[in-house]
Design a binder for this molecule. Sequence first.
Ligand code: ATP
Ligand code: MG
Length: 615
Amino acid sequence: MRCAKIVRFPARLPMTKPADDRPRSRSAAAPQPASTSNFIRQIVEADVASGKYAARRWAGKPGPAHVHERAALDPAKIRTRFPPEPNGYLHFGHAKSICLNFSLASQYGGACHLRFDDTNPTKEEQEYVDSIREAVKWLGFSWDFEGASNEYFASDYFEFLYRFAEELVRRGDAYVDSLSAEQVRAMRGTLTQPGSNSPYRDRGVEENLVLFSEMRAGKYQDGEHVLRAKIDMASPNMNLRDPAMYRIRHAQHHRTGDAWCIYPTYDWAHGVSDALENITHSLCTLEFEDHRPLYDWFNERLAQAGLLQRPLPQQIEFARANITYVLLSKRKLIQLVEEGHVGGWDDPRMPTLVGGRRRGYTPEGFRAFAERIGVSKADSWIDYSILEECMREHLNEVTPRRMAVLDPLKLIIENYPEDREEQCETPNHPQKPDWGKRTVPFSRELWIEREDFAENPPKGYFRLYPGNKVRLRYGYVVQCTGCDKDAQGRIIAVHCSYDPETKSGTSGAEKIKVKGAIHWVSVKHAYAAEVRLYDRLFKTPHPGASDDERAWLDELNPESRKVVTAYLEPCLQEAGPQERFQFERHGYFVVDKDSREGLLKSFNRTVTLRDTWQK
Ligand code: ATP
Ligand code: MG
């Protein structure tokens, strides 16, 4: 992992040649073809080619085998699903999973389901359900297939799951255990030692069925009993040591209310939900690899009992996305919001999709990112700069250029008449002549960036210093004649003279060769606005790497947000909601949602023009 360097704001302006506008090409992050093959695509391709799933039937809605039995063949060649738990806002890691699942489906003539995995009653909320739908749509995907919506809720399968569990009890594959949670844990054994059987393991089927129905009916307190699968207490895979299927929880559920007081575990509910929905390829992150035998165990038994249609879905694991300088864990993101370390879920520094959106990141950028990082079987860290590069590449294509001065210093052109004004023609995009030009007013007093002047220039400095000449972009060549200072010695204005023969776009423009070109905004025409300069949320590349539960909070970057009043070219006054621009030499900016009619507009910096972190 490379070491990061923190830069102070504003980040050093890039050199001043027009070529700055083009994204730098970097071999490491070179664009890839629209879809590169990977091990998941290879599996799907092979399955489609062999017709593995071609005989599946689909009743138009999820259900057990008998529901699909007499239906037509499934028109979807494959079915994948994105199964978020509605207990928080989606983050950048989810974008990887969304892009993977939805693009696989569309690429191979299939459907991708949006399934809310809402089997856990207490933490889930409608607000999150709504935001998840919105985020998936924003990324550009749809769960409709041939006119039918594939939005599902695992909680809609509670009744199926209950009846299937009863069947496993009847078949001797599940039992009600009355040990306490602690006792169950103590008897589970360790990685090197087998567990031991519960004394309740051999309860008769009838007794189990009665107890299980009483659990459902609310006769018992939380924790009094659990329903467990009867597999193998000596299995080297701990997940197979009689895992829990149902726990008693007297809790309100956001959709089923108090209809249930027993709730299925993830392992029990997930594979069954996949099978009910005719999912073919169930993609999940690597931590579920050891759960796969259990996933197959449940579904296989239910298929043997005739309850689930074959062929059964297959679970395939891939490495989760870890991105440097942010945290991708809902639990920690919730903490950042609740403890007020950020302004909310959509704070532009948050690695949530609502945060990224507000910061000006684009769906196209996220999709390119997902494609570029690909999928693999090995956990790794992805450099935040790759995400930024993907955003830049897209923003470069879609944003018009504007001039904005973020750290203003006054430039006075002494030989320019005080009452004179003129217009300078400037292209909206240097590589897109069809985007046309606009005019920017020019006058005697201009705002320039403080760092574009140096009284004593360092070596290789090509901008303004006494005696030097630079081009005011789209305007004239000026020569610096000196500066004014206040009592503290701080520079408060710079003086220059201009050469009237050198206006850009006129025949004399090339008369004088200069090395630097700087941007500017006319003082009397400038539009003052709030500009928020966002940077990385954490100052360390792997926040939370230490074991200390709260240490990661100390790793927050105190300079991740800086607010300045900037001077913008006047046409930005008309910028619409969420409109995006490139501020020349600075980066990409978006109008924030705080900007309301009649108020000072706020602009968020999405990303700088080039990577200022990795040196
Ligand atoms: P978190 O740990 O942040 O709560 P999660 O895995 O619990 O994440 P879910 O809502 O259960 O979140 O996840 C929905 C889907 O998104 C799952 O299929 C999960 O594997 C996938 N997913 C979650 N985080 C990542 C990630 N960082 N990279 C890739 N996929 C992810
Ligand atoms: Mg989860």
